[in-house]
Structure formats: C-alpha cells, structure tokens
Design a protein around this ligand. Structure first.
Ligand SMILES: [Zn+2]
Ligand SMILES: [Zn+2]
Length: 231
C-alpha cells in the first residue's frame, strides 16, 4: 500500500485525471477522464477529429468504458456514433430534451461543412441521476438554455465539474442557436451551478478551465446581480 517513494503517483491515486483534446473547427474540449489506479475512464464530448482522440487515448494508456455527452451540438456529439462503434462502449447523456439535436446531427454537419452521424445514447440522463466514471460518481444537473437537454456533471469529492457549454471562463453559452433560451440558461447557472460553491473547478466546452468562484466574481454575465439570484 505505502508508496512513499512516489508521492506524485500516490497523490494521483486519490482521484481522476483529465486530459483535454481540442477537436473540430470549434476547438471543442473533448475530455479524457481516467483513474490512474485502474486506467479505466470515459471520453467526454467526442465531437470529431477521432484520430486525435484515439491518439490521446493511446498516449495516456487509458481504457475508455463509456462515452459521455453533455449536449447535442455537433462539436460535442458529432463523432460519438463513430467512436462508440470503434471503442465498443455505451453512450450516456445528455438529457432526453436533446433528442432533436442528436437526431439532426447530419443536418448540423451540413450547415457547418462537417461529417457527423445521428446518435441515440444508450442512457438518457435526468436531474439527480448519477454517472460513474471509473467508479467515481458524478451527479447530473439538467441545465437547459444553451440547448434544451444540456447536462452539467458534478464530482463532489474532487470538487470537479464537467460544464459543457453552460458556463465558460468569462462568458456563458450562446443562446442564439435553435432551441436556445437565454433566460433559462441564466436561471440554470444561478440556481444550480453557482450554488455548488466557489472552490469547484470546471472543464468547459471551449477555452480555458476555471472555477465557480472566479466566474462568480469576474464573469460579466454573472457579476452585478448575483446577490439577488441566490434567494
Ligand atoms: Zn454547444
Ligand atoms: Zn460547443
């Protein structure tokens, strides 16, 4: 059990590790999550560029057990059907309200000049469900607004969040696409995401990682009215 000669390795054994693979022309943060003790894990939001994702999987040396989708936009879900077949693993998420977007992935692809296939997850996720990644539990928050079936996944022991396109460093998800709803998005952020606590760190769909606290204090979409939003 003792592993004092390798403090870093011992430290990593406490939890999941993550690697980000930017994919598609949208530079979407496809995320590999794995437990270094078992080297099993998940691929989150494989939007495309599967050769990059598969190369990263091989470099890390992990064994994906599932694909997790935060929502149905092409940059997040466009490669899911193909990767599911290549890896032979199930897809979990997003919320079933995302069905029209997932069934319309080919049309989304035509609109953006990208290859994509429609996909149906093996498991839809609802508020309060849990998703296991290498035995680590993530709680599901249904956070519509950027898209109707967007989910945010929360691992409380490690204070870590998979944010999808709900909240970014310095911004929030766009709501001008079909099914977008700005008020719903702000409500989900205020009532579900911010109350998680300032110390929670997140990986989001685009751009750098951040923390809830940093966004609460500096995000132009959230500062100024946050005090009244917690009631
Ligand atoms: Zn999106
Ligand atoms: Zn995106």
């Amino acid at each position: 059990m003792s592993d004092t000669s390798k403090p870093e390795a011992a430290q990593h054994k406490q939890g999941l590790r993550a690697a980000i693979v930017p994919v598609t022309p949208f530079q979407q943060n496809c995320t590999l999550l794995w437990d270094p003790a078992t080297m099993t894990g998940a691929v989150v939001d494989p939007g495309g560029d599967l050769e990059y994702i598969e190369r990263a999987i091989a470099e890390v040396g992990m064994k994906p057990e599932k694909i997790v989708l935060t929502h149905g936009h092409i940059d997040h879900a466009g490669g899911a059907a193909e990767l599911k077949e290549r890896l032979g693993v199930p897809i979990e998420g997003p919320h079933e309200a995302e069905r029209p977007l997932l069934e319309g992935l080919e049309e989304q692809g035509r609109a953006y000049g990208m290859q994509a296939r429609a996909v149906t997850p093996n498991r839809w996720l609802s508020e309060g469900d849990t998703v296991a990644v290498a035995g680590h539990v993530f709680e599901v928050l249904h956070c519509p607004g950027h898209s109707p079936g967007s989910v945010v996944l929360v691992n409380r022991p490690q204070r870590f969040v998979l944010m999808g396109d709900v909240l970014f460093q310095g911004s929030i998800g766009r709501t001008d696409l079909p099914f977008g709803n700005h008020e719903a998005l702000l409500k989900a952020i205020r009532t579900k995401v911010l109350p998680l606590g300032d110390e929670f760190a997140f990986i989001c769909g685009h751009g750098p990682t951040s923390t809830i606290g940093h966004e609460r204090q500096t995000n132009p979409f959230l500062v100024g009215d946050a005090g009244s939003s917690y009631a």
